[in-house]
Design a protein around this ligand. Structure first.
Ligand code: HEM
Length: 522
């Protein structure tokens, strides 16, 4: 009996089989993620449970802080916001994640910042040793060294704000309106460069390098997107998926290298320069016992420029935004500062400045309403797991909290979308303690902002100098609306009195437009 002839396998059949296998694998993967995954019991958007690209999308369009808020309103305090990601919106949970003592470290996507770059270091022991080097740059004694450099840049900033060449016609001394997100960015970028490198791009005085502000913003946007999944970084997908954002980042690298070059040149001429960069180049790498490599120095320098410019500038712009809309708060701040410091020359960082409670309240309330590091800062739970907000979360899961949501808890901050500087001035000790516990613009715990005190000093000095030298207000007409919410801007973006932010890694803002009038000082 002859054997039956084998039927020839058609290419369509191969494709069909492969497709079937592919679809079945995807289906079983989806079923696993929705049903058997360790986070399966937590509610959340179905797409977020299935794929990290849900988060990537919100990071790209810049509404993640609002989407996080929307999800908590819909699903409650624990929300699954990615296949392995859990959002926690209780104050206990927040302090469990970011405070000390838990087996929790920075999330996997932080590797994108490169080895030896403080902000991205995940190993706790290595971090502790590295932090000893970098925190010296922002210690109390270092702040005293930095203060004159900061004041000098603030003086240039104030000269630009009261610029008499730009008086509006018939306005009895008021200047043309200025876009404060831009000007505050020029100020803080020049400040951070002077403090770290003793040289700067002179953004306040020269338009030549101002494109760097755009590059910084785009770099921050790309960081925020890449933070949502480590695959983007590991498989180098960023340039493929977001080619329009990459050019700016290359531009930023060029600018960083130029400032490093300038700074080195200045050091050859004067080897005694004392700044943060001098500490970097003379420091010993705790991992190798040798001096920090050129790459480590470059990476950390880039981090300081980004971390130190965008954040402080958006916070200052926010303070202008809210104060210019609140005549009562404005009057309290102005009276307090002018009675404490009769002349700009008398303004110094320290006890007197810190005693200006309305000024501090005005800045704190702007940071509460519009915290500038605004995406959930992802952390990985280490073995054997951790209790977070009363829930046991297994090792390997990635957890985070939205600072914007924490700051808008209506129980602690009644009428949470209203700017009210009294929250930081009036209250029983218990109430003040509770508010502080729910307030974390700089994060908390071991990985909180390295330069929190420096940033507060810079903001207090800036606002104190401005109100001593000038009056300021919103301009007439539509320009007054720039930066605020309004109809048609999207969900939760209708509130006209709220400074609108795009939640990139740090926030991106526009406005407010502000007009200034120089005071006559004897
Ligand atoms: C209003 C201004 C600022 C705010 C609101 C702010 C906020 C923050 C926050 C929330 C973090 C935690 C980030 C994370 O967990 O991934 C952070 C980290 C950091 N910030 Fe700031 N920051 C400000 C200004 C500055 C300035 C002026 C500098 C330096 C010149 C700076 C340097 C850093 C560094 C190096 C880290 C990383 C610390 C670490 O990973 O342990 N920041 N900042």
């Amino acid at each position: 009996m002859g054997s039956l002839p084998m039927a020839a396998i058609q290419p369509q059949q191969v494709v069909l089989s492969l497709l079937t296998v592919g679809v079945l694998s995807l289906l079983s993967f989806a079923v696993y993620r929705l049903t058997f995954h360790p986070l399966a019991k937590y509610p959340g958007p179905v797409l977020a449970k299935l794929t990290s690209f849900y988060k990537v999308y919100h990071a790209y369009i810049g509404d993640m802080h609002l989407d996080v808020e929307r999800c908590h309103k819909k699903y409650g305090p624990f929300v699954r916001y990615g296949p392995d990601n859990l959002l926690v919106n209780t104050v206990e949970g927040f302090h469990d994640i970011y405070g000390t003592g838990k087996k929790i470290k920075k999330g996997p996507s932080y590797v994108m910042h490169g080895p030896g770059n403080l902000i991205g270091v995940r190993d706790k022991k290595y971090f502790a040793r590295l932090k000893r080097i970098f925190s010296q740059g922002f210690s109390d004694s270092a702040l005293r060294d930095h203060e004159p450099k900061v004041r000098k840049q603030i003086d240039i900033f104030c000269n630009r704000m009261e610029d008499e060449q730009a008086l509006e016609k018939g306005s009895s001394g008021w200047t043309l309106a200025k876009n404060m997100s831009k000007w505050c960015n020029y100020l803080t970028t020049d400040v951070v460069n002077m403090v770290v490198f003793s040289t700067s791009w002179d953004l306040l005085t020269s338009p030549k390098n101002r494109g760097v502000s755009e590059s910084l913003a785009t770099a921050v946007r790309m960081v925020g997107i890449t933070h949502q999944t480590r695959w983007l970084y590991q498989f180098k997908l960023g340039p493929v998926l977001f080619p329009h954002l990459i050019g700016s980042i290359l531009g930023l690298r060029k600018h960083t290298l130029s400032i490093l070059g300038e700074s080195k040149k200045a050091r050859e001429e004067n080897p005694d320069i004392k700044d943060v960069f001098a500490q970097f180049i003379n420091a010993e790498d705790p991992a190798t016992g040798t001096v920090l490599s050129a790459d480590t120095v470059r990476l950390n320098s880039g981090t300081l420029i980004i971390a130190g410019s965008d954040t402080t500038s958006s916070s200052l712009a926010g303070t202008f935004f809210y104060l210019a809309r609140d005549p009562e708060a404005y009057a309290k701040v102005v009276n307090e500062v002018r009675s404490t410091f009769p002349t700009p020359a008398s303004i110094r960082a320290g006890a007197e400045l810190n005693s200006c409670v309305y000024l501090r309240g005005a800045i704190n309330e702007a940071l509460r309403m519009s915290p500038v590091v605004i995406q959930p800062l992802w952390r990985e739970v280490e073995s054997p797991g951790a209790s977070i907000g009363g829930q046991f979360i297994p090792a390997g899961m990635v957890v985070g909290s939205g600072i914007y949501s924490l700051h808008h808890d209506p129980v602690v901050f009644p009428d949470p979308y209203r700017y009210d500087i009294e929250r930081w001035v009036v209250g029983t000790p218990e109430e003040m303690k509770t508010r502080q516990h729910h307030f974390a613009p700089f994060s908390v715990g071991p990985r909180q902002c390295l330069a929190k005190n420096f940033a507060m000093m810079e903001m207090l000095l800036t606002m104190a100098n401005v109100v001593t030298r000038m009056d300021f207000k919103l301009p007439e007409g539509d320009a007054a609306k720039v930066g605020g919410g309004g109809k048609g801007q999207g969900w939760a973006r209708e509130r006209e009195g709220e400074f609108q932010m795009k939640s990139w890694f740090t926030s991106h803002v526009n406005g407010p437009m502000i007009t200034f009038k120089k005071r006559q000082l004897e």
